[in-house]
Design a protein around this ligand. Structure first.
Ligand code: NAD
Length: 379
């Protein structure tokens, strides 16, 4: 009898290829972009109640003109519905539609909540069912439909369960933004501001100059400035994501604004939108950088002023030392025991630190309390 231990090592790599492309008036029945000619002509389309109320007729007209068979599944809208039950509803619809998953990608039309839910369901249905994302919110266009993360909230945890799963295509159409509420436009602008603050000073200048008018006009002026704001945000995001798609490197610049905010957002749910919570985190970390001499008072004034112009908050009652420390502890756990906290350096650059103390947070909150005086700052 032999009792020696034996082992086998498996090593494999996964190819990831997906396209993020812009289109205009995607629901025009004459626009072929949504139905890729290579595939069959049955489709399961998933959307949410708000998008259905606004665009349901157009979606149905498009489907009737271009598909031999379709089913439209309408999920309840909103962050509070970003839960496992919604994933199950999508799985049931895929099953009952008898989807041929190799030829009939699921189409998700909606904001980040909807595309995250559908992406999650598709990633686990037979372990891989292709889907196409059509974001209808600004946060969807510049962020949620650009990367590969899917998921839903679980218990008190923001996006606690999910997968890395790329949509085969993300089709970005800013004409959807015409119907978006101002607060949701600001929500998306927060993620654009994030890219500006950590790596793109020119994008920051564009936001300083044109952010307020882009927000007021919901990006419908189709000006050079509006296009540049969106394109620079997407390009900056992809530049960070592509070399680290599976997040093996835990020092991620795109985590800027996402260190304290998951806890703050969940504590304040449904009061705070995702981008608002991200902005609160960015305001706090800007103040921490002022405290540590990494950002000047004048630079901070410009940052807080832009936040105000974009309709974003710099303070909130949920930003207590207790909540912030709880958030940092949770984030540190997920970053393998180190804070790996991105802090802005000036405008357009950042550094990672691991030595943040409760005193830093208390000092930053004091700086933020006086930030309310800055021109245009919304608190
Ligand atoms: N997967 C990722 O990498 C990633 C990145 C960023 C954010 N997210 C997630 O995205 C979510 C936030 O995205 P969101 O703000 O798009 O959320 P959302 O999907 O809840 O959309 C916001 C609201 O706008 C409505 N809406 C959507 N399109 C509209 C339109 N064209 N006109 C009018 N109303 C419209 C929605 O019904 C909803 O009520 C969060 O859950 C966040 O975790 C994911």
């Amino acid at each position: 009898m032999t009792t020696n231990n034996r082992s086998w090592t498996v090593s494999a790599q996964q190819d990831v290829n997906y396209r993020v492309e812009t289109t205009f008036d995607i629901l025009d029945p004459a626009n072929p972009t949504l139905i890729d000619g290579e595939y069959g002509s049955r489709r399961l389309i998933v959307t949410d109640t708000t998008v259905d109320a606004l665009y349901g007729e157009k979606i149905r007209a498009y489907a009737e003109a271009n598909l031999t068979e379709h089913r439209i599944l309408v999920l309840p809208h909103g962050e509070s519905n970003k839960r496992w039950i919604a994933v199950e509803t999508v799985l049931e619809a895929i099953e009952s539609f008898k989807l041929d998953r190799r030829r009939e990608p699921v189409i998700a039309i909606g904001g980040g909540v909807l595309t995250d839910i559908v992406g999650f369901a598709c990633s686990i249905y037979r372990r891989n069912t292709p889907f196409v994302r059509v974001p209808t919110t600004l946060i969807g266009i510049v962020d949620a439909s650009v990367g590969v993360k899917t998921g839903v909230n679980f218990q008190a945890g923001k996006n606690k369960i999910g997968t890395y799963f790329a949509a085969s295509r993300s089709l970005l159409d800013t004409s959807f933004l015409a119907s978006l509420g101002a607060r949701h436009v600001s929500n998306g602008l927060a993620e654009i501001l994030k890219i500006a603050l950590i790596k793109d000073r020119d994008l920051f200048s564009l936001l300083e100059e044109h952010g307020a008018s882009a927000r007021a006009g919901r990006f419908q002026q189709h000006s050079d400035a509006e296009q540049q704001i969106i394109d620079r945000a997407i390009a900056g995001m992809l530049e960070e994501l592509e070399p680290n798609l599976w997040e093996q490197n835990l020092e991620r610049l795109v985590d800027y604004g996402h260190s304290f905010s998951p806890t703050v957002e969940m504590k304040a749910l449904p009061e705070l939108l995702h981008g608002e919570a991200v902005c609160l985190d960015m305001a706090l970390t800007t103040a921490i950088s002022v405290h540590r001499g990494l950002v000047s008072a004048e630079q901070a004034r410009r940052v807080f002023t832009v936040m105000g112009k974009l309709g974003l908050p710099v303070s909130h009652p949920a930003m207590t030392v207790g909540n912030l420390l709880e958030g940092l502890a949770d984030t540190t756990r997920h970053r393998n025991g180190l804070q790996r906290l991105p802090l802005p350096v000036g405008i357009g650059a950042a550094v990672f630190v691991n030595d943040l103390t409760p005193a830093d947070i208390a000092a930053a909150l004091e700086i933020l309390a006086s930030a309310a005086q800055f021109e245009g700052a919304a608190v």
